[in-house]
Unconditional design. Sequence first.
Length: 147
Amino acid sequence: MAESVFRAQLAEAGLDGLVEVDSAGTGGWHEGDRADPRTVLVLEAAGYEQDHRARRFRASWFAALDLVIALDAGHLRDLRAIALTPEDAAKVRLLRSYDPAATAAEADVPDPYYGSLDGFEECLRLVEAASRGLLDAVREALKEHTA
């Protein structure tokens, strides 16, 4: 969900050719599967495109990445644990840390998998809000990179 939302925001901002966006999980669950049908339903209802296949994040990917986004504290911990260097671990950030309305107690995007469709809709709302702040941070990083 976060990949689809952020990809759309980058395209709307005219930055899609400058930033690569991809997603992967911290575990091997569902590798090769398409996104949960409820995720697809919520994304399509909101006008987002998606063509996701589940895969597991690999530690070797850190070297090619500037930023790795985690959706909750468990993912953050798992990603930092597999980082090969302290610099790689420092690349991992919580998505909601980019949402100025989120408090420390609300830092996680909740996992809606075992709940109702409402949980997926709430996740979309949280992802959209945080992605706007992430977009601002990426814009700033791009300015610094090209300056």
